[in-house]
Design a protein around this ligand. Structure first.
Ligand code: SF4
Length: 277
């Protein structure tokens, strides 16, 4: 078995308390006294024995990601339930569904998923034509709870007018040219509307998490995207945004719930916070 497979196997078999013990052993306790080892349960001894191989291995981004995935097993964060990429009507024609996906994503910046979903759901009652011909002030009323509602209403109306003449964009390059659409929205749109993963969409939650642990100390979404894309195989890209965003919504919040986190023994932010307290 390859070294990295052994590591992942050890993590997948470890319970929460064992996992914390494994991490502690890896990072802070190079040697345990024979007395303390003899008190360990057999399963703990097995996990620790397997994990002793990690001492020679690089505890990298993938291992951290696997631990975050363990913390996200329930998939019950706002992004899992009311994420903007989930807000479209599957009974409508495909062009309308794509329009709904993109408008929902365009409503999402600087706004909580629950609020975005509420506003995006209201728009599902209107056709592309309705929105193209609607007064901007009327559109603002429908989405008034999202931040920057006036600008977003203007961009969504422009999108509807564009779609009537040109149809929905079909590539990342076409999508990112639309006003109100950035790299993250364009990648998520292509992923959901066309089932094509062309990159890892980077969200503000991901930047916060990656800087804290740290996985990657940079605030630039494009640099973080390129870094993560170089770390993971393409087949894993499609799930990284949702996994990390949900972790950022439930545990690694702006005011983090570190006591619930399995990464606190390796997290630089946690160590600094506890040193300065
Ligand atoms: S220990 Fe705290 S700051 Fe560090 S990753 Fe976990 S929740 Fe975030």
């Amino acid at each position: 078995m390859r070294q990295t497979q052994k590591i992942m196997l050890a993590f997948s078999e470890a319970t929460t308390s064992e996992l914390n013990e494994i991490l502690e052993h890896r990072f802070f306790k190079e040697k345990k006294s024979p007395k303390s080892k003899s008190k360990m349960s057999l399963s703990k001894q097995q996990s620790t024995a397997t994990m002793s191989t990690i001492k020679q291995d690089n505890f990298g981004t993938k291992n951290i990601y696997e631990i975050i995935k363990q913390m996200r097993l329930e998939r019950n964060a706002p992004v899992d339930i009311v994420g903007p990429q989930k807000c479209f009507d599957k009974d409508k024609d495909i062009e309308t569904q794509r329009f709904q996906i993109l408008t929902s994503l365009m409503l999402s910046p600087q706004t909580k998923d629950e609020i975005t979903s509420k506003c995006a759901n209201r728009l599902l009652d209107y056709t592309i034509n309705d929105i193209a011909n609607m007064d901007e002030s009327e559109l603002v009323k429908l989405i008034y709870e999202v931040n920057f509602n006036v600008t977003k209403a203007k961009r969504i109306k422009e999108l509807a007018q564009l779609v009537i003449y040109k149809g929905m964009p079909k590539t990342f390059e076409e999508t990112i040219k639309i006003k109100g659409v950035g790299e993250k929205i364009a990648l998520l749109y292509i992923q959901v509307a066309f089932q094509r993963v062309e990159g890892i969409p980077i969200d503000v939650n991901m930047i916060r998490i990656c800087n804290r642990i740290p996985i990657f100390k940079e605030k630039s979404p494009t640099k973080l995207r390129k870094f993560l894309e170089s770390e993971f195989e393409h087949k894993e890209w499609g799930d990284i945004n949702e996994t990390l965003v949900g972790f950022g919504q439930q545990i690694c919040l702006p005011k983090p719930k570190c006591e619930q986190c399995k990464l606190k023994d390796i997290c630089e932010y946690y160590k600094l916070k506890n040193t300065s307290d």
